[in-house]
Design a protein around this ligand. Structure first.
Ligand SMILES: [Zn+2]
Length: 235
């Protein structure tokens, strides 16, 4: 995570969102560092290069592309999500609503919405969680909001798997128990292996009782609950 004082030294990467032509080329040359280049691309002539570039001061990420109009490069900043954003219910609700609105449009709005949801900051947060580091807060918030997003099921599987490895406080456990019950009520199948892992990690008699209550309701939920009970005793 980038400290605020460090971030303020680079005003431009927060103020600007898009540059084109010579301004873009110069910004890349003078300020940004390559994160990911097409194999064989030479940085000496940035005009012929596309890829992702990062600000060396902040963790802003930019996409550098050749404009369809010949000779006019474009530089576009990826949406930035601060650590506070990632741990905010409102952020995920808004991002989810935005994705619903523009999904399928294929244009710049979709780029924006997709990358707001799956920001570089979210990805690196997940990597740290996967390594067993960092706070589980943002992951718990994500599961609580249950956002509608690209590859939702797959993303939720990852988040459940990684949050199961984190150090959890008793309030974290309580919130995750609510998540388990909520998912089971929806009767969703795809993330079941991960849900079982998570349930196992936070299992209590109280959770067992709540699941039994759900099981006495509709058929899809009771099958789901049955599975969780079974998995409880497997490795
Ligand atoms: Zn910068």
């Amino acid at each position: 995570m980038i400290p605020v004082a460090k971030r303020s030294r680079c005003g431009d990467c927060f103020r600007l969102t898009e540059l084109s032509g010579e301004f873009a080329a110069r910004y890349v040359r003078e300020h940004l560092v390559p994160l990911e280049l097409r194999p064989g691309a030479a940085l000496s002539s940035v005009d012929g290069v596309w890829g992702r570039f990062g600000c060396p001061v902040t963790d802003q990420v930019w996409q550098y592309v050749r404009d369809p109009e010949p000779g006019r490069p474009m530089l576009k900043r990826y949406p930035y999500a601060s650590p506070e954003d990632l741990a905010s219910h409102g952020f995920w609700e808004r991002a989810s609503a935005e994705w619903r609105r523009v999904h399928g449009s294929g244009g710049g709005y979709e780029f924006e919405a997709f990358n707001r949801m799956y920001s570089q900051q979210w990805r690196s947060y997940l990597r740290s969680l996967q390594a067993g580091e960092g706070s589980p807060e943002a992951a718990i918030v994500f599961l609580e909001v249950d956002p509608w997003c690209p590859n939702s099921g797959y993303e939720k599987q990852k988040v459940m798997r990684f949050v199961s490895r984190a150090g959890l406080s008793s309030s974290d456990r309580e919130r995750l128990a609510n998540v388990v019950v909520a998912v089971v009520k929806k009767g969703r199948r795809q993330e079941f292996t991960e849900l079982s892992l998570l349930a196992k990690r936070i299992w209590t008699d109280e959770l067992a009782q709540r699941l039994r209550d759900v099981a006495s309701a509709p058929a899809t939920a009771s099958r789901a609950v049955e599975m969780l009970f079974r998995k409880r005793f497997t490795r």
